[in-house]
Ligand binder design. Sequence first.
Ligand code: HGY
Ligand code: MN
Ligand code: MN
Length: 421
Amino acid sequence: MLKFAPLVGFAMVTASIDERRFRRRFDEFSEIGATENGGVNRPSLSDENKEARDTLIEWFRDAGLTVRIDEMGNIFGRRSGMDSDADPVVFGSHIDSQYNGGRYDGVIGVLGGLEVVEALNDADETTERPLEVVAWSNEEGVRFQPDMLGSGVFCDIFDLDYAYEREDKDGDTFGEELERIGYKGDEPCEAHDIHCYFEMHVEQGPFLEREDLPVAAVEGVFGFSWMNVTFEGQANHAGPTPMNMRHDAFVATADVTDSVRRITATEGTDLVGTVGSVDVWPNAINVIPERVEFTVDFRSYDDEVVDAAVERIRNEIAHAAEREGLEYEFEEIMRIDADPFDQSCIDTVVDAAETVGCEYTRLVSGAGHDANYLNKIAPTSMIFVPSVDGISHRESEYTEWEDVVTGTEVLLEAVRSKATV
Ligand code: HGY
Ligand code: MN
Ligand code: MN
């Protein structure tokens, strides 16, 4: 799309998103680990995740980016700037997915970042600052908890050994799997100077669609707590065992799950709580459950609300164990505070939306993102685009392509604006 330079009055090609090229890439990428129902299954460090990484690196190199892989498998694609000593503008997201998740979550932030680079290449536009597009490892945290592990080590939230020792349900460790797929890079996983960080992402909620808006400047992210709970009771025959002789681990789990709902109804207007993963043993129709391992996820934009919810659920767990005569273990596996993003980056996203000429609003994110951690070491903000029916973490996750393109145009303008020294 030709735009006219206001000063000299002749056509000057300025960078613009090539939506067909971007769409082709997105469709090709969506074929990797594609599921029958239109989603993707590319969990962290799986063979499908490796294939996606390999493809991304090929595209990064084709776009002239210098590729760097660090000890956590974070992938950086660097584009030189006129001032090679200047701190880079970094932008990206993640390409690992939920088990049978959506095609857009994370991916549009990485492929959108690549498209920003391609648009600048097409226009032969060199920014003053270097640019870095990044794909962070293990953002989803479903195979290896906690989530945002790659960006967490990079931002010195977690140390490398802790990350390498994280185990999946089969007992494979993050470090072993990273080695197995060939992405245990040599580069130290530690923060270098970053001028600022942007992340474009699907909203994963209903707000933008409900307001019929294509873009949001994200002003901050919820804090959240992830907890692991194990109840140990007694397996026994479901028939002859009298009810007053049972120590049923699942009954206690159900009580705690019910408490999560009661706590979210009373502890704070934006508090959300989820029991998402439940493993029952021996999980047989005619055996009283002996052992249940489950997770609790609480989130709010108010840290005190999350603290109060964690405190209350700990008490509920102890009472449920006592009522049913069970042993229990409780572990908070991750706690991240709510954080406002950097005002100047938020303003840059707003200015970028105005430059693009799209309507926009401001939102706070209920989902966690790598931006949570980048925000602790560099000025950060995010750009949201709508999720149809507010759906995410599901194969039917969908965003209208024109909204993805609009969000990417805003990302281009925001990056351009901050890439000027
Ligand atoms: O849990 C989250 O919010 C993110 O998808 N890891
Ligand atoms: Mn995501
Ligand atoms: Mn996600």
